[in-house]
Design a protein around this ligand. Structure first.
Ligand SMILES: NC(=O)C1=CN([C@@H]2O[C@H](COP(=O)(O)OP(=O)(O)OC[C@H]3O[C@@H](n4cnc5c(N)ncnc54)[C@H](OP(=O)(O)O)[C@@H]3O)[C@@H](O)[C@H]2O)C=CC1
Ligand SMILES: CC(=O)N[C@@H](CCC(=O)OP(=O)(O)O)C(=O)O
Length: 343
């Protein structure tokens, strides 16, 4: 059995890791941390997990975590980057769900996150955990930086167009909407039911911290710098991201539907819908799946791609387990065979 530690076990991505790992036949969670709930049984806080775990939350203790084979960080940014060097030195493999190791350039990271990076020396070891791009490097990585939820949906939606050089790389647009669980479990006025329900709004229009992460990934695929206008929105629902992506075609000779179907044909967790069918957040809810639909309206020169994920699964904890499976040489879908919850 692979021994698993989770730092940040009370948050939404932490408890989603626990839900997925409860049915993973090769993994056993042996350490789970929370400073606020230290000493409390996890099935007391999360009764859906009764019968699956006999564990209580503990303080984050590096020695205890270092004894695990794999440590997940389901913490806000600025936590992993302080503890990871010691864990790597002890021989643990780390999967970080936060943003600490997603951006290769420490200065760029600190510009967007507003503080210096605590372990820039470790950054070159980190592999960006988008399996559809980096499967080989993930397999041998000691440190995997899981992508953010918006970056997963946007990159999976645009990769085939950029890899084939079919669109103008300087005028990409992503209009994306997320459910409220994307903001985490911490109490904030903005996430109260009466603030979120029955309304729809854009936020972070002047610059969201996922922008540099998305541009870094898309530039790698395109082989040149790209410019993206990225506008996130908050949707009055709990789970799900719907990204609508716009790009101007510079080559209109390619059958884009066929390109996407071929590009993702072997990918277990990306589903290209048939022509004329468009994805919904509810059909990927609870599943480690990205569903994509595309259209070139009126046959003009703009392609519109719609990409949906569950922010807590393919956008976070499911993708983290997918990365773990790849790192350990297990079948990639182990523990990840959930079907979307409809309705
Ligand atoms: N929610 C989402 O849809 C997605 C989230 N992410 C990223 O995943 C990470 C976790 O997100 P989410 O689960 O939503 O966050 P939550 O706010 O819901 O949970 C955060 C967890 O981290 C723990 N924690 C907070 N501060 C510290 C600290 N200084 N040291 C140790 N533990 C700490 C908290 O427990 P305690 O304070 O008791 O220790 C809690 O268990 C974040 O970096 C987020 O950006 C990525 C993709 C999607
Ligand atoms: C709805 C909502 O608030 N979503 C979050 C996305 C959180 C996330 O996935 O981001 P990191 O892992 O990069 O912190 C936001 O826009 O900040």
């Amino acid at each position: 059995m692979i021994k698993i530690g989770i730092v940040g076990g009370t948050g939404y991505t932490g408890v989603e890791l626990l839900r997925l790992l409860a049915l993973h036949e090769d993994a056993e969670v042996v350490a789970i941390t929370s400073r606020a709930e230290s000493g409390r049984r996890l099935d007391d806080l999360y009764p859906n997990l009764r019968g699956y775990y006999d564990l209580a939350f503990t303080e984050p203790d590096v020695a205890r975590l270092a004894a695990c084979d794999v440590v997940f960080f389901a913490t806000p940014h600025n936590v992993a980057m302080n503890l990871v060097p010691e864990l790597l030195a002890a021989g643990a493999r780390v999967i970080d769900l936060s943003a600490d190791y997603r951006i290769r350039d420490a200065e760029l990271w600190s510009r967007w996150y507003g503080e210096p990076h605590a372990s820039p020396d470790v950054l070159p070891q980190a592999v960006y955990g988008l399996p559809e791009l980096n499967r080989e490097q993930i397999a041998s990585a000691s440190l995997v930086a899981c992508p953010g939820c918006y970056p997963t949906s946007v990159q999976l939606g645009l990769i085939p167009l950029l890899a084939r050089g079919l669109v103008d790389t300087q005028h990409l647009i992503a209009s994306a909407a997320s459910g409220a669980s994307g903001a985490g479990r911490q109490a904030k006025v903005d996430n109260l039911l009466s603030e979120v329900a029955d309304s729809f709004k854009a936020y972070g229009v002047s610059g969201h911290r996922h922008l540099p992460e998305i541009e870094q990934g898309l530039a790698d695929v395109a082989g040149c710098p790209v410019q993206l206008t990225f506008v996130p929105h908050l949707l009055p629902m709990i789970r799900g991201i719907h990204a609508t992506l716009f790009a101007r075609l510079v080559d209109m000779s390619v059958d884009l539907q066929a390109l996407y179907e071929e590009w993702y044909a072997e990918e277990p967790f990306v589903d290209v819908l048939p022509a004329g069918m468009f994805p919904q957040t509810r059909t990927v809810k609870g599943a480690n799946r990205c569903q994509i639909g595309l259209q070139v309206p009126q046959g003009r020169d703009t392609v519109v791609v719609m990409s949906t994920i569950d922010n807590l699964v393919k956008g976070a904890s499911g993708q983290a387990v997918q990365n773990m499976n790849i790192m350990l040489g297990l079948p990639e879908d182990r523990g990840l065979q959930q079907v979307g919850l409809l309705p």
